[in-house]
Structure formats: C-alpha cells, structure tokens
Ligand binder design. Sequence first.
Ligand code: GLU
Length: 447
Amino acid sequence: MIDERLEQIYQDVVQRNPAEREFHQAVREVLDSLGPVLAKRPELAERKIIERICEPERQIIFRVVWQDDCGAVRVNRGFRVQFNSALGPYKGGLRFHPSVYLGIIKFLGFEQIFKNALTGMPIGGAKGGSDFDPKGHSDDEVMRFCQSFMTELYRHLGEYRDVPAGDIGVGGREIGYLFGQYKRIANEYESGVLTGKGLGWGGSLVRKEATGYGAVFFADDMLKVRNDTLEGKTCVVSGAGNVAIYTIEKLQQLGAKVVACSDSNGYVYDECGIDLDLLKQVKEVERLRIDAYAERHGNGARYVPAGNIWEIPCQVAMPSATQNEINGRDAATLVKNGCIAVCEGANMPTTPEGIRVFQDAKVAYGLGKAANAGGVATSALEMQQNASRDSWTFEYTEARLATIMREIHRTCYETAGEYGAPGNYVLGANIAGFLRVADAMDAFGLV
Ligand code: GLU
C-alpha cells in the first residue's frame, strides 16, 4: 500500500471490527486500489469519505427461532447489514449457509456497494442472511425458518428502503416463502420489496440466468480486447448452483467446452463436456449432490470426491462457488497448465495471493464485483418492471443485461487505463465504483 493514510484507515477497520477476516480482506483490496484517487482528489480524504464507506450505515442482528419437523426448537442468527444508500435503496442478497457470521455478511455487503455502483443502476449496497443451512431440511422446515426470519426482517425492508434477493442457499423456493410472509405482515402486495421472485408473481425473465450469463459476457469482452474469443476454449466452472449452471449454459452457447464443475464434496470431470440437462435435473429438480451426475451419466463422466478442481488443465477458469476457493497455489497451478483468463461468478473467490499470481502472469483476471454484477443488475431490471407493472420478454431483458455487462467491462478497462494500469480490472473496478459512490456521498454533506 503506497499511501500512509490508506494504511491507517485499514488498521482502524481491523481494530474496530475484530475477527472479521473476510471483511478485512475485502476492505484491503479496495483500499489498495485507491492511492491514485486520493492523489487526484485530496478533498475526498479531507471529508473522510473512505472512512465513512467502511462503516455500515446500519447493522441488524436478530434471533430466529423455529420448530423442526420433530417439534424440536431451533435457534439461528439472522443478519442484515445496510451498508450504503448513496445511490439508491439498499440492495443485495441473503445468504443461508452454516459458515455465515458477521464478517461474511460485511464482506459481501461491502463488495455489493461497488458492484451495484458499477451497474449504473440506482441501488445502494447491503447483504444479509443466516447461519441456517437449508441443505438437509424439508420444505416445511425451510418455510417455517423463512417465516420466522421475515417476521423480524420485514420492518427494515421496503421498495424504497431495502430490497433483498437470493445468494448461496436462497433461491426461488426461499424467496417465495419470504415474500409470502412479507405480504402477509405488511398487508400490501409490494412486488418491488424482493427480487428473484417467481415468474408468475412479479419475477423477471433472465434473473435466474443473469449472474452466470453476465459473467460469461464479461469473460467474452476480456478475451475480445486481447483479440481472442471463447469459442473452442476448454473451461472449468467451479460450483454447481445457480451461478455455475447458467455460466455453463452461456459458455456452451458461445462454443466453449466446459469439462468440470463441483460442489463442496468433490468435482465431476466430463471430457466430452458437461451434459447441462442432466446437471439441471440433478441439481435444480431433484436437489441432489453432483456425485449423482456421474452415477447417472454412465458414459465416461468421473466423480472425484474431495478433488481439487483447479488441478484440471483449462484455458478459462470461472470460479462460481464461494469466497477464497482459489489460493496462491491453485492460481499457480492454473497458470502452469495454460490458463489465460479467470472470470469470477462467485464473490471474492480468489485470495489476495491468488490475484497476485494471475496479475504477475498477465492472465486476464475479471474480479467478482465487476464480472458477477449481472445478477444484481437484473434484480434492478426486475424492480423497474415491478414499478411500471410491466414484464419484458426474455430477448429484451437479456439484451439489457448484455449492454450493462459490456458497459461495466468498458468502464473498468478504461478507468484502469486512465490510472496507468492497463488491463488491471481490479484497479479499474474499485476506482470507478468508488468514485460513483464517493461523489454522491460528498454531494449529500455530512450524513
Ligand atoms: N447475491 C447476488 C450478488 O452477490 C445478487 C444480489 C441481488 O440480486 O440483490 O450480487
């Protein structure tokens, strides 16, 4: 870190947010990019804009009590961190996963501020969730949990206040239960209070596909500026959830070959290319683990329990599982095996050491907060449709998504160039996202 003031801000963040490792990591990455901005815009330092951005506007932590199918009482913890509302109502997903604690929600909320700013849509940054694990619970249990969770959260939400959506562990089923309970308590059909809704009740076409499709559009643009294309490329996509599935779908549509995907137990390797219909059947319809994919496939697909997916040689890697899934060693293995582009569908999937390896090796590296912004951008399109009581066609909505992603890519690329670091999407995304939020905050005075 070049600037002493930034180092001091980082040390203060670590001190007042002890033991929130992922949050520290996300802050460090942004602050490491902001030296050249402070040099050009000293007034932002004077008015302590960076210190203010690192402090959430509001943090809500609450008890969630529910009853399981055997009648036993269960207690979980719920979170909503309303990080920044300079550009619009708080916006960001809910994550239900046993690893969730305040440090995870704050890293996600912090990233969301800049990601949402990059989309150019009028949305602030937030994130929420719970340490509840929907895996292994019946639909009825998930419903009761969601109802209890929303019974507290609803008072903090609203179309103009805070609009959650899904993330890991929160998909169409959970959004349905959450929306049902909100509607019941508020006694209003407020469509714009949640996004990722079902198509029959206010949802948007393309929202389900948006994060994966958007990440592939970003990867496509990164290759284009290097006079290359995705066509014919061998790809590895980690994860097997919503982001991974639609990343694979768009990669295949553009003529790339995806040879592997994974879940937290292991990976499947399919030399002939992943059979997407089978993957959707196993994951979306039957909610099984991916070993079932290999079992049913019969024809050459291999399941490797506890295997490291980044050891599979590929030209394009799209981490779409979770934070810190690629460390320095994995990054070095990818580079050694000929990987030329890494584009992140997940949030912060590469450790700082991994990022350094990719940048030193001149790999095209598209960080999550830019590359995976298509999900939240399409959430904002869903909000637009709800506000106008309209619904758009698949083609129109996908075209809007594609335009937004190309614009984000261009912004990051050009900003990196302007600040003397051509091709550095980390710098470009952090600076461009930061400046949009900072300028709005500065206009509002000391609030
Ligand atoms: N959870 C997604 C993300 O990380 C989407 C959030 C949203 O649609 O509000 O950006």
